[in-house]
Design a protein around this ligand. Structure first.
Ligand SMILES: *[C@@H]1O[C@H](CO)[C@@H](O)[C@H](O)[C@H]1NC(C)=O
Ligand SMILES: *[C@@H]1O[C@H](CO)[C@@H](O)[C@H](O)[C@H]1NC(C)=O
Ligand SMILES: *[C@@H]1O[C@H](CO)[C@@H](O)[C@H](O)[C@H]1NC(C)=O
Ligand SMILES: *[C@@H]1O[C@H](CO)[C@@H](O)[C@H](O)[C@H]1NC(C)=O
Ligand SMILES: *[C@@H]1O[C@H](CO)[C@@H](O)[C@H](O)[C@H]1NC(C)=O
Ligand SMILES: *[C@@H]1O[C@H](CO)[C@@H](O)[C@H](O)[C@H]1NC(C)=O
Ligand SMILES: *[C@@H]1O[C@H](CO)[C@@H](O)[C@H](O)[C@H]1NC(C)=O
Ligand SMILES: *[C@@H]1O[C@H](CO)[C@@H](O)[C@H](O)[C@H]1NC(C)=O
Ligand SMILES: *[C@@H]1O[C@H](CO)[C@@H](O)[C@H](O)[C@H]1NC(C)=O
Ligand SMILES: *[C@@H]1O[C@H](CO)[C@@H](O)[C@H](O)[C@H]1NC(C)=O
Ligand SMILES: *[C@@H]1O[C@H](CO)[C@@H](O)[C@H](O)[C@H]1NC(C)=O
Ligand SMILES: *[C@@H]1O[C@H](CO)[C@@H](O)[C@H](O)[C@H]1NC(C)=O
Length: 802
């Protein structure tokens, strides 16, 4: 039964829960408020952990542990408490349990000292490189482990990137669900191979920062934005990469701030009990985003397993919807004791599975005091150890990933790689060293922690997804080191460039002018423009006026629009993304050709911002509204985001999804398609096992596509052959994408060398979500197959009929 109920929850806060418990609490049913009339169907009870997928041994250990716990201790295992980490679960010394330390974030152990700052998810995505993504996960996790952190709060596949303006898109991978799915799977596997629990986030529909949390307007609570996502879009786009994360065994999932169909992400029984714990067979625990818990019993029944950071006042830690309220609720019969047992088992099973009970390092004492909680608030004693430097030689990997995630967009006159230029000009604020400290922990404009400083390079974005740099190699320093012997002249003050041109550069023009532009983005707000910042257009125009050989390098959030892209004096354009601490070395490797660029765009670059569907809900009127349900984001475009929207409307683009140049050339030939000989059922068997990742038959290999790729140029290099499928819309429904990525591989070839690229296709890859039957279904008709070097450079085609 589906009904929209306004529930006055057990703990006084007025909030919408998609449950029909205790009608005494219902104050309004199906009230007509807000722009949309949406509901989220109730799905109860919350499924128990079974240990499926190889966790049964660990589950037995968790059960033995559970048997030793008092009711208060059980509540403690699922409730954050103030401590040295961003999130803390209290130790129980009687049981030799030293507690759990949770730390941000997806590209570094955020606020730690003597730790590495890795490439952001955006760069990792642009590499399209499975093994580099695995390594990135593993090496980051080694650093978390080294500093005593059991749980790393990453990776990110929500936001997926519905809107190019999304403030946190760069923390994750790509608006393409398949690419994000493959890369999140590699990352989780890599992280957990190092014995650290991954927390894949933010679940789900957290596609904008504006109004992600409730606000107060004139004394009224206005609820967080509601992402209203239809069932088909949910499965085919937003839930898709979470399948991969769960299949890879992600220990936890973080539920998001926003509402889905008007029910909060951390108390939505359809998304938590239904999609995640039933359909996807998730065996781990759901933790709240920080402060995203809006109720106790209601959220717990809906599937929330852990409240973070534990305090109602966000960081106070002295009261929680969980904690003591859980024991009260069990005692008064409003919460079954078995549900709390399941929560504890879900939290403790990954701990035992990853053998975190066996000699896990203590918490680096420098973590304490720089973080989140005032020490005066601690209620428990945590085990601290002396400062440890966890960086090892990870800088090598970061340099490699930074270059691998760099995309060459334009290269006329073969201006790149550089050929021993004698006179090099370097321009733009992004070329310089940092000038306002090495930590952009929060994105709001508050003094030195404001990441959107003027002069200084932008190696990663801001907010909880950032990292504290122990060092940064700025582009200018790396260029000086590489070009020693040449003249390197530079102006890194954009104001001076815009107002004074290249005055002061002599002789002028330089042989090559390297212009470094940047685009800030961080948690807490969305982007207001797609242009690079700090008068970037005027900077490019000032330089090109004098310099006919100008190379523009963009760092930071993407995509950017590029009004100067067809300026004949702009001979090369590079989207260099967010490479991390080795940023200068990574770009020098590309500019001088020590690394042949092989990055591909994991998103579309439009000719102008208005070519994108805006997909960002925001206005002055909304901000002033006191309607609690004013903020509604209807995902009306369904699956048609990013390139799928441009293809559906046959719109021109500046640079398409999957595009990226190389210093060599590649050819594709010899497409071969082989489908399974078996007479496959249209849907996976309903009696097949549900393991983490869902019905196991979804992952059965049902077809292979192969092609030959040849390096037809003069230097060695890598490329990424891409497979796109076109499902028949007569069966898959209106809004079926013209093409969807369903395979890719990064192939390294010496000049003249050829290789076979193989695209194994699983049942899910060829299926669409059948909303009536509530299952994935293979179409009976022919499925179009295209193999190419981008989403619009399709070299080979054919069909598959399964
Ligand atoms: C229980 O929840 C209420 C809010 O509903 C809060 O005021 C109270 O402090 C909580 N109790 C504990 C023990 O955390
Ligand atoms: C949201 O509502 C849509 C349209 O009614 C429905 O298809 C979908 O399953 C709902 N999703 C959730 C999570 O409630
Ligand atoms: C979970 O297991 C308990 C026994 O430990 C049982 O009482 C309860 O019904 C189970 N819940 C579900 C949803 O299967
Ligand atoms: C909110 O208060 C401001 C002044 O305090 C007033 O101008 C505005 O009209 C009020 N808005 C609503 C929706 O009541
Ligand atoms: C049960 O305990 C919870 C948690 O303190 C409280 O909010 C709720 O009102 C209680 N319910 C009943 C029926 O006493
Ligand atoms: C307690 O845990 C440590 C590892 O953290 C282990 O070495 C030790 O043997 C354990 N002690 C007991 C009594 O289990
Ligand atoms: C640069 O842009 C800022 C706004 O970002 C503007 O205030 C300033 O006047 C511009 N400077 C120049 C020299 O164009
Ligand atoms: C390109 O550079 C030449 C100088 O070499 C200059 O005359 C011309 O105006 C420049 N074009 C633009 C669009 O800036
Ligand atoms: C680049 O090539 C164009 C046309 O091929 C030519 O007009 C221009 O002068 C060249 N620029 C440089 C810097 O060589
Ligand atoms: C949202 O709207 C407000 C009010 O119009 C504006 O000030 C703000 O810049 C907008 N933010 C974004 C990210 O569009
Ligand atoms: C696909 O290729 C693999 C070997 O790469 C083979 O084991 C498998 O049987 C093939 N499957 C189909 C459906 O062609
Ligand atoms: C396949 O490619 C050929 C040649 O490029 C083209 O004429 C044909 O329309 C394509 N077929 C499909 C189904 O896309």
């Amino acid at each position: 039964m589906t009904s929209r109920v306004k529930v006055l929850n057990f703990f006084h806060q007025h909030t919408t829960v998609n449950m029909r418990t205790s009608l005494a609490f219902v104050v309004a049913v199906n009230a007509v408020v807000g722009a949309a009339q949406v509901t989220s169907p109730p799905v109860y009870p919350s499924p128990n952990i079974t240990g499926a997928g190889g966790w049964d041994g660990a589950l037995e250990k968790a059960k033995a542990f559970l048997a030793e716990l008092s009711a208060d201790e059980k509540a403690g295992i699922v409730t954050g408490t103030p401590g040295p980490c961003v999130g803390n679960i209290a130790p129980i010394s009687r049981l030799n349990f030293s507690g759990l330390c949770l730390q941000d974030g997806p590209l570094a152990i955020r606020q730690a000292v003597y730790a590495s700052v890795f490439s952001a998810g955006l760069s990792a995505a642009a590499s399209w490189d499975r093994s580099l993504n695995y390594d990135r996960g593993m090496l980051m996790a080694e650093e978390f482990r080294g500093k005593g952190s059991h749980i790393a709060l990453g990776p990110v596949v929500g936001p997926l990137g519905r809107s190019p303006f999304g403030g946190r898109n760069w923390e994750g991978y790509s608006p393409d669900a398949y690419l994000s799915g493959v890369l999140v799977e590699e990352t989780v596997l890599g992280m957990q191979s190092a014995g650290v629990q991954a927390c894949t986030k933010h679940y789900i529909g957290n596609e904008q920062e504006v109004q992600r949390n409730p606000s107060r307007v004139n004394g009224t609570t206005v609820e967080a934005i509601s992402s209203n996502i239809d069932d088909k879009t949910m499965h085919e786009t937003y839930l898709w990469p979470f399948y991969n994360a769960v299949k890879a065994g992600t220990a936890s999932i973080m539920c998001s701030y926003n509402r889905i169909n008007e029910s909060y992400g951390c108390q939505n029984s359809k998304t938590l009990n239904g999609l995640l714990k039933t359909e996807l067979g998730f065996q781990g625990y759901v933790m709240s985003d920080w402060g995203a818990t809006h109720s106790g019993v209601a959220a717990i029944q809906a599937g929330l397993d852990m409240d973070m950071p534990g305090g109602i006042g966000f960081i106070s830690g002295d009261s929680s919807f969980f904690g003591g309220n859980i024991t009260l609720a069990i005692n008064n019969g409003s919460l079954p004791a078995e549900r709390l047992d399941d929560m504890v088992l879900r939290v403790m099973t990954p701990y035992f599975f990853l053998e975190q009970d066996k000699g896990f390092p203590g918490i680096d004492k420098t973590t304490d005091g720089m973080g989140f909680f005032p020490q005066a608030n601690y209620k428990h004693q945590f085990t601290l150890t002396p400062l440890v430097d966890v960086r090892d030689d990870h800088g090598k990997h970061i340099r490699e990933m930074g270059a691998a995630g760099t995309v060459l967009l334009k290269n006329t006159n073969n201006t790149l790689p550089l050929k021993q230029p004698k006179n090099i000009g370097v321009f733009g604020n992004d070329a310089a060293d940092l000038t306002q400290g090495q930590y952009t922990g929060v994105s709001v404009s508050n003094g030195l922690e404001n990441g959107n400083y003027d002069i200084g390079t932008l190696p990663v974005g801001g907010g909880s997804g950032t990292g504290r740099f122990s060092y940064v190699v700025p582009p200018l320093d790396a260029i000086k080191a590489k070009a020693s012997g040449s003249l390197v002249q530079y102006i890194t003050d954009n104001f001076a460039i815009v107002n004074g041109g290249l005055r002061g550069i002599a002789p002028a023009p330089p042989d090559v002018c390297l212009v470094f532009l940047k685009t800030w983005a961080g948690e807490g707000d969305d982007r207001v423009s797609l242009l690079a910042e700090f008068n970037s257009t005027a900077v490019v125009e000032s330089v090109t006026k004098i310099c006919p050989n100008t190379v523009v390098v963009l760092h930071g959030a993407a995509p950017n629009t590029m009004p100067w892209k067809d300026n004949a004096n702009v001979t090369a354009i590079i989207a260099a993304h967010m490479p991390g601490q080795e940023t200068g070395n990574s770009i020098v490797d590309i500019l001088w050709g020590d690394v042949n660029p092989s990055g591909k765009l994991p998103y579309t670059i439009a000719n102008q911002a208005s070519d994108y569907a805006k997909n960002l809900v925001n206005s002055t009127e909304l901000r002033e509204s006191t309607d609690p349900n004013a903020w509604q984001a209807d995902f009306k475009e369904g699956n048609l985001i990013d390139y799928k929207e441009f293809d559906a409307e046959d719109k021109a683009v500046a640079y398409e999804f999957g595009f990226g140049l190389s210093y060599t050339t590649f050819e594709l030939s010899d497409l071969k398609i082989s489908a399974s000989a078996k007479n496959l059922s249209r849907t996976p068997s309903s009696s097949a096992k549900i393991l983490p990742g869902g019905n196991t038959e979804l992952w059965d290999l049902v077809a292979n596509v192969t092609a030959t790729v040849k390096n037809s140029g003069a230097v060695s290099g890598a490329t990424v052959p891409q497979l796109y499928l076109s499902l028949p819309s007569s069966e898959a429904g209106t809004g079926t994408p013209v093409r969807s990525l369903r395979g890719f591989d990064k192939i390294n070839l010496a000049a003249g060398e050829s290789a076979t690229v193989n695209f194994p296709l699983m049942r899910r890859d060829l299926s669409f979500w059948d909303t009536g039957a509530q299952t994935w279904r293979l179409p009976a008709g022919a499925i179009g197959v295209d193999v190419g070097l981008s989403s619009r450079d399709l070299k080979l085609n054919g069909t598959i009929t399964i």
